[in-house]
Design a protein around this ligand. Structure first.
Ligand code: INS
Length: 291
């Protein structure tokens, strides 16, 4: 009976969506610090990555990268092989994690597993949510792989990090077709109709669909929008939301707790965890994938 109560408590949605998680290794307000300090190498690394992103991500650029990557003819690999590649990737846009990305994958997955033990699809979603970052090993600069995403083709959201200065010189800012509140979109067109800045979210979403994953659609949507902070965290782009986006946002926000607040120096025992996660890979995303 005690166990059952504990279980119910863990699954209470209001608890799950509380902004302050109790499991974080540092004060939650200390995450996502994008303040500028040009003498701090980590802060500068983050700022420069976003500067390149905000300068170069235009409608034309995004269309070009989609054209290139969505042929899925670059890489053939299993999920495990792709995850192991992330051992060599430190995300240059992330002020909260200076460790290889595979560690973050397991940190997030284990937290999802602890809070939603019965939703095995969510554990796998957390494990693979950043897998699209393997683009960085195949010629893509980090500014087109990592970091928060935003919609191109309309005015940039006010809550985008470094919004004030870092878009200076981006030609879309001078283009009247792209620089209005609606830009190329219809009101309430829905987030899945937005042309997103090119990065690992949109790529991995498409990889999942291309490889006919058995993960539920909401899992694919979590992956597609998990870095769209200006939307799910900043409150921008409301005029482009469709009613069905509320469900996506709810799950993205639940997921965000595992994604953001588990970032810490505590390294999980990855070898010991593989067998469990391999069963999930075999169930939902087996074999060699086309990336
Ligand atoms: C996260 C988030 C972080 C960013 C990471 C990304 O989802 O957007 O801010 O640094 O690259 O994976």
């Amino acid at each position: 009976r005690i166990l059952a109560e504990h279980h119910v408590q863990l699954l209470d949605p209001s608890e799950l969506m509380r902004p302050e998680p109790t499991f974080a290794d540092k004060n939650p307000s200390k995450f996502r610090d994008y303040s500028v300090d040009t003498t701090d190498p980590l802060k500068e690394r983050v700022r420069q990555t976003y500067r390149q992103m905000h300068l170069n991500q235009t409608v034309d650029f995004v269309k070009g990268r989609r054209e290139h990557w969505l042929k899925f003819n670059t890489i053939k690999m299993t999920v495990r092989e792709a995850l192991e590649k992330l051992n060599d990737l430190v995300d240059e846009s992330d002020p909260d994690l200076d460790l290889p990305n595979i560690i973050h994958a397991f940190q997030a997955a284990e937290r999802a597993r602890a809070e939603f033990p019965e939703h095995d699809w969510l554990h796998l979603t957390a494990l693979i949510h950043d897998l699209g970052k393997i683009m960085a090993f195949y010629g893509e600069p980090q500014w087109a792989v990592v970091g928060d995403t935003f919609a191109v083709g309309c005015r940039w959201g006010d809550s985008i990090v470094y919004r004030e200065e870092s878009f200076e010189g981006n030609p879309d800012g001078d283009n009247p077709a792209y620089n209005t509140e609606l830009g190329i979109y219809q009101p309430n067109c829905g987030v899945d109709n937005l042309l997103m800045s090119w990065g690992h979210d949109e790529y991995m979403y498409n990889v999942l669909k291309h490889n006919k994953t058995k993960l539920p659609h909401v899992a694919c949507n979590i992956i597609r929008f998990h870095s769209f902070y200006p939307w799910h965290n900043g409150g921008d782009y409301k005029h482009l939301e469709a009613p069905q986006d509320a469900e996506t946002k709810k799950w993205v926000l639940i997921f965000n707790r595992y994604d953001l607040y588990t970032k810490s120096e505590v390294v999980p025992d990855i070898e010991a965890l593989w067998p469990y996660y391999q069963t999930l890979i075999d169930k939902y995303l087996p074999g060699v994938l086309e990336f």
